[in-house]
Design a protein around this ligand. Structure first.
Ligand code: ZN
Length: 504
């Protein structure tokens, strides 16, 4: 018995020793991983050479490979973003040179170093992107450029070389620039010139404005929005922030919260309107003429790019980004239109014009397509070519579904509930979204089966005219239609349409 107790005690001692050992290991590992997960960047730009960025990067590589962002750059620029980079030196932390070579197939730098080597990399990025055509990758709103004499607009893909490995590394970014300059980023500010990017996407997939532009910080709940406006457009800053303050509450009503996050809006002047959204930022280009009376156009781009934060770039992201375009672009466009009318930024008549335009876009792309046209899902594989089908078709589908949900649930539920359900399940958890889940959620919300609808109109090529006309009828709209022309009017009395355009 005694020996049994003793044996128990010995076992207990061993157990405690082992537990203590594991705890120690855990603390050590945690300490190591925290050290390893940070990338450090130091960026120096002088007033005299605004097109040159000198970068010093310090990082530990688990695999000896480095790369830059792979998209958002025209394919004819063979080296990709690296085309504008000159490597000055590459050493280990003791200053020993590390040999490397560029692999043009994988578009990566392969280093002759053992795994887990800490490296110090010095390189220079030259802003010459604006001497290249950018139409094939979404246009000039996604292209680094110099605005005026002392402001540079960057997309961060152009600036950072990072480890070619899947990871959630955090980065600190320190700028060495003139004290007179604003540094407008989508990152968390740690000091006047020091920032933190939470992960690689936040580091490399964002906009950045640096120089003598105007900056305004807007707080909406726990969301902090930095508004960076080029000097030639600075007189419009208050109009832009006023618009944003009207749009954000509409999105808060849909998702029942605004995320506690930083967001960056960059605004600059151009001869046509356009916008591009990034991970937690967007860049919009404005025609600086009669802005107050053209909200239906620029306000819509503004609301569209902002909605992408929830649908397309940050929270809800398709497992296949291309084939999810009908949803990421079409539903975003539908909600941008709705946000304007719900916020009172456009009239009901203007909203009906916008809705008719979406129907016209789908009609001409389905009825007058040269040759065979793809289904809505496939259309995303050639986004530029199928632009009208993706945006107009996607927005038309969103309208049909919104009316269907409202009709099926006697007005108790709407597409807003659907978006919120997806946001809670897939957006906040950052789980990629696919078609089966989109159908399943819709079925759950309505207690119905939407598979046949998706088979016909999303993965099938059936003409949308009949479901659109039916949805308009249910909504309480009178439609006059001939070919791609749609004219919409409201019927007298309360209708589903009234509920649709009101904040829920
Ligand atoms: Zn978009």
């Amino acid at each position: 018995m005694n020996s049994g107790v003793k044996k128990y005690k010995i076992n207990e001692m061993i157990r405690f020793t082992l537990i203590a050992f594991f705890i120690l290991q855990l603390i050590q590992c945690k300490g190591q991983s925290q050290e390893d997960t940070s990338l450090e960047y130091h960026l120096k730009i002088s007033k005299k050479a605004i097109r040159t960025v000198e970068v010093k990067a310090i990082m530990t590589l688990s695999e000896p490979k480095l790369e830059m962002g792979s998209y958002g750059i025209p394919p004819d620029i063979r080296k990709g973003w690296a085309n504008f980079v000159t490597i000055k030196s590459l050493t280990d932390s003791n200053g020993n040179k590390i040999p490397y070579n560029w692999n043009s197939q994988t578009k990566q730098w392969k280093l002759n170093a053992s795994p887990n080597t800490k490296i110090v990399l010095n390189y220079e990025v030259t802003l010459n992107h604006d001497s290249h055509q950018w139409d094939s990758v979404g246009g000039v709103d996604g292209r680094p450029t110099v605005i005026g004499k002392e402001t540079a607009f960057w997309v961060t893909k152009a600036l950072f070389i990072y480890p070619a490995e899947k990871s959630e590394k955090k980065s600190t970014i320190v700028f060495e620039v003139s004290d007179e300059w604003n540094i407008s980023t989508a990152w968390t500010r740690l000091g006047s010139k020091k920032f933190l990017a939470q992960n690689l996407n936040e580091l490399v997939d964002n906009a950045l404005m640096i120089g003598k532009h105007q900056e305004q910080i807007i707080k909406c709940d726990d969301m902090t929005i930095t508004m960076a406006v080029s000097s030639d457009l600075a007189h419009r800053t208050s109009l832009f922030s006023k618009t944003l303050r009207k749009i954000l509450p509409i999105y808060r009503t849909i998702f029942k919260e605004l995320p506690s996050a930083n967001y960056l809006v960059c605004a600059s002047k151009h001869f046509f309107e356009d916008g591009e959204a990034f991970y937690n930022s967007f860049h919009q280009m404005f025609v600086d003429k009669d802005l107050e009376s053209r909200t239906i156009v620029w306000g819509n781009v503004f609301a569209h790019e902002m909605f992408h934060y929830w649908n397309g770039t940050n929270f809800l992201v398709g497992s296949n980004v291309n084939t999810n375009s009908w949803f990421s672009e079409g539903f975003t466009e539908y909600y941008a239109n709705l946000a304007l009318v719900r916020a009172g930024l456009i009239s009901q008549e203007e909203y009906l014009d916008k809705l008719s335009f979406q129907f016209a876009r789908f009609y001409s792309s389905q009825a007058f397509a040269q040759g065979d046209h793809p289904d809505l899902l496939e259309a995303g594989n050639q986004k530029a070519r199928n632009w009208h089908l993706i945006y107009g078709g996607g927005a038309s589908v969103a309208f049909i579904l919104d009316i269907e949900i409202r009709a099926m649930t006697a007005g108790k539920k709407s597409l807003d509930d659907y978006m919120r359900a997806l946001y809670l399940k897939f957006g906040k958890t950052h789980k990629p979204l696919d078609l089966e889940q989109q159908i399943e959620e819709l079925n759950g919300l309505t207690g119905s089966d939407f598979q046949p609808f998706f088979d016909k109109y999303i993965t099938g090529k059936q003409f949308y005219l009949i479901p659109i006309l039916k949805a308009c009828e249910k909504a309480g709209l009178i439609v006059a239609q001939y070919q791609g022309e749609f004219y919409l009017k409201t019927k007298a009395g309360p209708s589903l349409f009234d509920a649709l355009i009101k904040e829920q």
